[in-house]
Design a protein around this ligand. Structure first.
Ligand code: ADP
Ligand code: MG
Length: 615
């Protein structure tokens, strides 16, 4: 156990960068410029800024969905349509049915629109989010087209000629019936959306969302419910789009289906990509660049070609290909480079209340037991009647030549795969049928043969993903910064684990900048952050240099000393021999020897099968 560790050992976060270029001052300056814009700019530019704001709100949803979560949607324009048409119908119908008649003002229509959007998003999400690879974007095109045609086909929505006579929005008696007025509402909504999205990303749920890009297996084994996380960002992105649609309807005072088609959905996606798909402020940059460019191209291209036509579509297509090839991170990193302010460091509050810990089981207690585990892949028997056990305060190595079945066995032990026959008991309970999250909660945690980190995230935040299941604050508290007490505790825990494994000096470095050996150790820290009593490590020494292997060995010895049960699958005999308590040797899916390292090393069957093959 590690409860006595002094919190004072934590490094203090560096002070916020001073000077006029600090991020907060830039935001304040931007807001001040926006506040004056309608008073000084000609009508044309105010209108342009209004459309940029509306588009940025949709693009912001895509930043979360596509840029951060890795789920591509071409159908966002349809959600804009749901928001726009809901308010159009509710605020223009003379004879609404009684049950909905209360919602005939724009603000109430916004609530109805958001509720309807959330409902549609949940239905569409449960149908499409399960699709993998290219099928997901194709699915979004399918429902994007369906909704678009529905807007045009429904008589009550005015068909292709649309609905007009939409009233302006009033705020506390002030009627926003001019572009210069609704400008403030559009940008207030957008800035609020940017700030809440930024808050969300900097939280427990935000890390879970970002962990989606590290692969489902990694996220689930850290206790993240990945289907829930996907659904959350899908619904949030849809709500942003619907809000944009609501504002759009009351700005135009008229809606028809044209702005809600899939071709517009592609433009929104393009804005998010151009802005830098993972960057919240990039949504504004991308929307700005694309909206202005479109305006120019629509003016100039027909003049150049001498005939009317939507030539800008061709230019956008070419640009998209170029951006995807040449500037994968979009334009935002270019803007960001102009600003010398350092990335904000996550503050570690050394005084935060420590998270509760489960008591370590007494040394010698059997933690993990495999009984006659057999795993067949068709005719191939990858594991044959394998039995082994790991005790608290013990390191067991599972070794064997390539293809012996070690990784397969590892998957049976960690619950990623289910044995064809036989059973695996963790602290006396069968783990059959339990998902990775439930197993993680019981106190089993793991690292990966091929490291699975978020390379752009800091070491601290990567480790904090491991503490996910020890927190409970959800999306809404995170968006409004009501989760800070719990967040401080989670980050403090993560920081302690980073220190514990000896990576303290890299606390705020990008995980991807570490050497491979350090990345593997980072994965152990992440596993430790879940408060496990058993660590499963798949080839932790693979690809490490001698010094790194020594550091890893020292760490594992220390953890064993604290009562941790450790099972490692390893290829490297030398690493194993000086370190572990017992060894199980596999060949052709079977156990061929078991015992102390010295005994196993002399076993003729092992020499023949394993060492013989190496020399
Ligand atoms: P090791 O980790 O010891 O190198 P593995 O457990 O990866 O060995 O593989 C053992 C055997 O099982 C190999 O012959 C491999 O091809 C086979 N195998 C592993 N996973 C699968 C799978 N999902 N489907 C079919 N065969 C598999
Ligand atoms: Mg393997």
């Amino acid at each position: 156990m590690n409860t006595t560790r002094s919190a004072a050992a934590l490094p203090l976060p560096a002070a916020a960068p001073a000077g006029i270029f600090c991020a907060r001052n830039i935001v304040l300056g931007f807001v001040a410029l926006l506040a004056f814009a309608p008073a000084v700019l000609p009508e044309f530019y105010v209108t342009l800024l209004n459309y940029i704001g509306l588009a940025a709100m949709v693009a912001l949803g895509l930043v979360l969905l596509t840029g951060v979560g890795g789920l591509t949607s071409f159908g966002q324009a349809a959600f804009v349509g749901v928001g726009a048409y809901t308010t159009a119908v509710l605020t223009t119908s003379a004879n609404l049915p009684g049950w909905i008649a209360w919602a005939s003002s724009p603000w109430l229509a916004l609530l109805v629109g958001l509720a309807l959007t959330a409902l549609i998003a949940v239905i569409l999400g449960s149908l499409t989010l399960r699709l993998s690879g290219h099928y997901l974007p194709l699915g979004t095109i399918a429902w994007g087209i369906s909704l678009y045609f529905m807007f045009g086909a429904m008589e009550s929505l005015g068909g292709h000629s649309g609905l007009s006579g939409i009233p302006p929005i009033s705020v506390f008696g002030w009627t926003l019936d001019e572009g210069r007025e609704i400008f403030y509402l559009i940008w207030a909504f957008l800035l609020l959306a940017v700030l809440t999205t930024q808050n969300l990303l900097d939280s427990r749920e935000g890390r879970a969302i970002r962990a989606l890009k590290g692969g489902q297996v990694m996220a689930e084994s850290m206790g993240v419910d990945t289907s829930r996380a996907r659904m959350i960002i899908f619904v949030i992105a849809a709500l942003h789009a619907a809000t944009s649609g609501w504002l759009f309807a009351h700005l135009q005072r008229f809606v028809n289906p044209t702005p809600f088609g899939v071709h517009v959905g592609i433009e929104y996606l393009f804005m998010a990509v151009v802005g830098g798909a993972g960057q919240v402020w990039g949504a504004i940059a991308g929307a700005g660049v694309i909206t202005i460019l479109k305006q120019w191209l629509q003016d100039w291209l027909p003049a150049i070609f001498g005939t009317a036509g939507n030539f800008e579509v061709i230019v956008f297509g070419l640009m998209m290909v170029l951006v995807l090839h040449r500037a994968k991170d979009g334009l935002w990193p270019l803007f960001a480079r102009l600003v010398p302010a350092a990335a904000p460091l996550r503050k570690i509050d050394a005084a935060a209340k420590p998270l509760p810990r489960k008591p370590m089981p007494p040394a010698g207690e059997v933690i993990l037991e495999a009984k006659n585990v057999t795993r067949k892949f068709g005719g191939l028997v990858a594991n044959n009647e394998m039995s082994l056990s790991v005790k608290a305060g013990e390191i067991l190595a599972l070794i064997g030549p390539n293809g012996a079945g070690k990784s397969t066995m590892f998957n049976q032990l960690s619950g990623v795969d289910t044995p064809t026959s036989g059973e695996v008991l963790f602290r006396g309970q069968s783990i059959a049928g339990k998902d990775s999250r439930a197993i993680a909660r019981l106190g089993m945690s793991r690292s990966f043969q091929h490291v699975r980190l978020l390379p752009k995230m800091s070491v601290l935040e990567n480790v904090a993903i491991g503490a996910h299941l020890r927190g409970s604050q959800g999306v809404i508290p995170a968006a409004w910064r009501l989760d800070r007490a719990e967040e401080a505790r989670l980050l403090r825990e993560a920081a302690l684990q980073v220190e514990r494994v000896g990576l303290g000096e890299f606390m705020h470095a990008e995980a991807g900048s570490l050497a491979l050996g350090q990345q593997r150790i980072l994965e152990i820290a992440r596993a430790l952050a879940s408060d496990p009593c058993l660590l499963l490590l798949d080839e932790p020494a693979a690809g490490l240099r001698l010094k790194e292997k020594q550091a890893l060995g020292d760490l594992l010895r220390r953890l064993r000393g604290e009562g941790m049960a450790i099972l490692l699958v390893e290829h490297d005999m030398d690493f194993v021999m000086g370190l572990v308590d017992r060894v199980v040797v596999m060949e052709f899916g079977q156990k061929i020897a078991e015992g102390l390292p010295e005994e196993v090393q002399k076993n003729p069957a092992v020499l023949e099968a394993y060492l013989g093959g190496v020399e």
